[in-house]
Design a protein around this ligand. Structure first.
Ligand code: SF4
Length: 334
């Protein structure tokens, strides 16, 4: 049964202070050191939302996705799906409620299975395999995602890239999940079919009241799909805001630099002016204080000494001393 939080929202997914630590070899005779791939993430995702999760490679997006899919337990903190801690959920129940759509529809589909078998697999795994009803169910979902029924007995290599991604979408949705983790859902596709898949995902979300987590380094995809965006840096969510607000008026210097780094389609505008010049820090040995400080154009003296706290903004929050009345310049988050 759906429960609402104190703001009356129906929260389908929640992360409470979630951390995932890996022990990494520090070199010959130096033992192991902790790498906090995800570090103290707090997040509530209301039902029906499309949350974009953005950040550079290595920021913790993939680790977060694996935890959301139940493939990796948090080292500390707790994840909840429909208010149930995932640590108390059976693997099959978790798989029914949270499903992935991966970026490469070719490698994520078994080449030896027919399209019908691939789409039916999640139902069979759950043990609900009345074959006549299942065939009908598969054909219905194929129709819903725009796949002709005649492809039922075909194999993945007989389909186009766009059709294969539609198979992946059908497989993800056949058990009517609560949440779909879309991990770079179009990055392996031709530009010509990317918008078709994005529009399909949008239509299905509205029709089936799905909740999406869209993980992407492509800000255009996130701007197109997401209702809210979470920006991740070195395992922390440094800014969360509604999509329009984030793209029009980014608050965190890292978000600003990410947006500045997007290539423009106009060749006359040249290479974008990004302030992300310094390379991404080694996550095993993160910078002190605000971990973004070596790359930050607005860095202040105390930024390297103390980590910023979380400051509420109009549609979310930001972690940056610029908005901290006690330590920064007291510039209010607008
Ligand atoms: Fe830059 Fe300081 Fe804000 Fe970090 S806390 S993002 S270093 S201004």
């Amino acid at each position: 049964m759906a429960e609402t939080d104190k703001d009356g929202q129906d929260i389908v997914l929640e992360a409470r202070d979630v951390t995932r630590t890996f022990m990494i070899s520090a070199g010959f005779l130096r033992g192991k050191r902790p790498l906090h791939a995800v570090n103290g993430v707090n997040l509530k995702v209301p039902r029906g939302e499309v949350l974009g999760l953005v950040g550079e490679s290595g920021c913790g997006k993939s680790t977060m996705a694996k935890m959301l899919l139940g493939l990796l337990p948090p080292s500390s903190g707790e994840l909840f799906v429909d208010n149930v801690p995932t640590s108390r959920m059976e693997r099959l129940e978790m798989a029914r409620k949270v499903q992935p759509i991966f970026q490469d529809p070719y490698s994520s589909l078994n080449p030896r299975k027919t399209i019908g078998d691939i789409i039916a697999l999640p139902v069979r795994v759950q043990g609900n395999a009345d074959e006549t009803a299942l065939r009908r169910q598969v054909e219905e979902i194929m129709e819903l995602v725009g796949l002709p029924r005649r492809l039922y007995r075909n194999y993945p290599n007989q389909l186009s890239g766009g059709q294969r991604q539609r198979v992946a979408v059908a497989r993800a949705l056949i058990n009517k999940p609560e949440v779909v983790i879309c991990d770079e859902p179009t990055s392996a596709l031709d530009v010509s079919v990317q918008s078709q898949i994005l529009n399909l995902l949008q239509d299905l979300r509205a029709e089936l009241n799905l909740t999406y987590i869209v993980i992407s380094h492509n800000l255009a995809v996130v701007e197109h799909m997401a209702t809210r965006v979470a920006v991740m840096y070195l395992g922390r969510l440094v800014e969360v805001a509604e999509t329009d607000r984030l793209f029009e008026n980014p608050q965190h210097p890292y978000t600003k630099a990410l947006l500045d780094s997007v290539l423009t389609p106009d060749p006359n505008l040249g290479v974008p002016d990004s302030s992300l010049g310094v390379t991404y820090p080694n996550p095993v040995d993160p910078p002190s204080g605000c971990t973004f400080h070596p790359r930050c154009a607005d860095c202040m003296d105390h930024c390297s000494q103390s980590a910023p706290r979380t400051i509420a903004t109009e549609t979310g929050y930001v972690e940056c001393h610029l908005y901290d009345d006690n330590q920064g310049r007291g510039r209010a988050a607008s």
